[in-house]
Structures are given as structure tokens and as C-alpha cells.
Design a protein around this ligand. Sequence first.
Ligand code: ZN
Length: 413
Amino acid sequence: MKTWPDLAVPPVDLAFPPLILNATSGARELESSSNNFKMYVCGITPYDATHLGHAATYLTFDLVNRYLRASGKNVSFVENITDIDDPLFERAARDNQSWQELGNSQVALFTGDMTALRILPPTAYVSVTEAMSSIILAIELLAEKGFTYECAGNTYFRTTNFLTTLPIAIDDALRVFAERGGDPQTAGKEHPLDPILWVAKKAGEPSWISKLGEGRPGWHVECTVIALENLLGIGYLEETKVGEIAIDLQGGGSDLIFPHHFMTAAIGKALTGIDFAASYVHAGMVGLDGEKMSKSKGNLVLVSNLIASGIDPMVIRFALMDSHYSKERMWSAGLIPIAQARVERIRSALSRSEVAPTDKLFRDIASALGNDLNTPSALALIDTWVEETEAGSIGGSAGEMSRFLDATLGLAL
Ligand code: ZN
């Protein structure tokens, strides 16, 4: 899939501390075994407008990407588009629209939002339809290895060997599985948490030929295969060795902890025999005025609408970074004028010929970001620098400050 336009990231001459993320399961410090960091972020299912919650999630991994790149790492960043999944087909059928048209229109809105917010594009942006032949091969291999069984015409993944690593209690897992695309109630399954790998052909849905019959894949296996193939190369099934971990990080919103990231990891382990990811990192959900943001409540705040109303995308980015990525956060319209005023003061300070010292500031900002991406603290440090500059302090470089803010925080001011 064509990704959105790349951005030049200014080089930063600074020794960055290791990036430590607390909202992580797996290795706490984001160290890669090599200088090449392999990051996979779960992309959108393009059936509905992307909202501020999505923006906050992709912004989180943009900050990880920028930090690692500024630290000298070579980051391979893969993101998918879940263009084969139940919600997309259900919405398209409801609205009497083709699933391709609906998907394309939502992907266009999403990439427009990402471009405006200066999110660095992935090195590979892959839709499920593009990866279909690899996904089918992987499912057929899982069947050969004995990890699948048939029930009611569909093919299920056998989770039995993996349930010792469930991230939540079994009762909660059963409830959440049903809420997030699973079918714990289907009669005849070996375990209620087993997810569908291959859905038998249904009227009105696209289908492909496989050794398991005509049909299409279920959700989780799609991400496993797109991640492994694009981060390890097409020979990933032969080349991985026991004792290695396949990729460095799998990321997404906290609603993906279970079942999605648990299942992608289990399927990955079944396929390759090695652990899927060293770290799993999750961004908190964003609510509106004290309530959960959801389509059914009709309170979705869309980035595209904010931008269309004349709000500077850098102000939206700044406002999102003023709360911590791992927290459940609340959005309100009142955050915009506050962020706007702070951004304007930074721009005004940067336009001066003399500015307050910047060397220690860069070290302090790097230290704040390295400590669990503490963006609120980084932005507060910038406010202090603005106040010092306004008070006449000199000795820094406005040009270096601009480049540093762009490289690390994605703020082009
Ligand atoms: Zn995913």
C-alpha cells in the first residue's frame, strides 16, 4: 500500500539515554540486539473515521520511532491495514457500499491525518489483501504443525499450549474476547478462547482458495504474518533460530492487549518456535469530557474535522503530547486554546535572534523522553526555556532548538 509522504528528520548531535517504557510487557528497556530496531504497530480497520484516540496511539509510536532514530538506531517500522475483517464487511453491508470503496475512503482520511500530524510513515505499510498469499501459506503451515482444527466449517487456532501466559484472568478474558471480535460461545470449540484463523466463504464477502477450503483469514493471524514477513524477510519461517525473539516491539492501543496482541504472539510462536516480540507497548485510550469516545455515543472527535475548522495540526499534536501516552486520557475543546497559546509563545521565542541556552535543555528533554516518553515534562521544560528567552537570557541557538523539536517531538514550528 502506498504510504504517506516521508519527512526529513534533522540530525541531532546528542547522546540519548536508553529508552525505557513502563507501559510495557516484556523487556522493560527498549534495547535491540542489533542497531536495527524492528517495530510493528497495529494499523486501522478502515470501516469508520479515525479519531483522536487513533491519532494519540500513532503519535506514541512516532515518538518511539523518533527517539530511537535520534539515538542512532535504524528503525524498521511496519504498520498494517486490516482491510479484511468482520467490522469492515458488516459496515459496508449495512451502508450498501463495497468494502473496497469504504476501506479506500477511510485509509485516505487516515493517511491525511497522519501527514498533517507529522507522523513519520512506516517503512512498509501493508494491507491484508496485499499479504494474502503469505497469510494463507502461514495458516496452511499451522495446520500441518497441528495447531488448527475445524469447527462449524471454520478453522480455529488451538490456544491450549499458550494459555499460561494469558495477560488477564480467564473470566475477564472470556468476556473481553466476546467484546472484541471473538466467539467464545460457539459450540464444539476445543477451548472458548480459540480464535478463528480461516473463515469459510460467506455470501457477500471476498474469498480466496486455500488448502483449508475457500474463505478468508481471521484478524490476529493477519498481523502476525505481516509483521514477521516484513520485519524478518520472506524467508522468516526457515531462517529464524531457536532462542531468538522475532521482533523488538509490537505496539497499539490498550484495547489490543487482549485478545489481539496475545493471539498474534501465540500464533507467531506456533509458526516460528520463537517468541514473537521482546516488548508489547500500549497507548491509553482517549475519552471526551469525562466519557469514553465512541461512535455509538456520537462523541468522536475527528482530527480531519479539527484541521478543517482551522486548527493548526501542530497545536493538536502539542495538546496530545501534554498528557502521558500510557494514561487513560480525557480530551476537551478547552485544551486547544491552551496549546495554541503555548505553541505561539514557542514560535515567537524561536524567531528571536538571541535565545536562552539550549545545550542543557536538549539533555533534559532527552532525559524526560527516555524516561517513559514523559512528554508533559518535556513540554514544561520548553515553556521554561521560553520564559528565560523572553526575560532576555542568551547563549542558545534558535536554529538548533527548531531542529531538535522537530527531530524528537515532531513539532515543526
Ligand atoms: Zn494487529
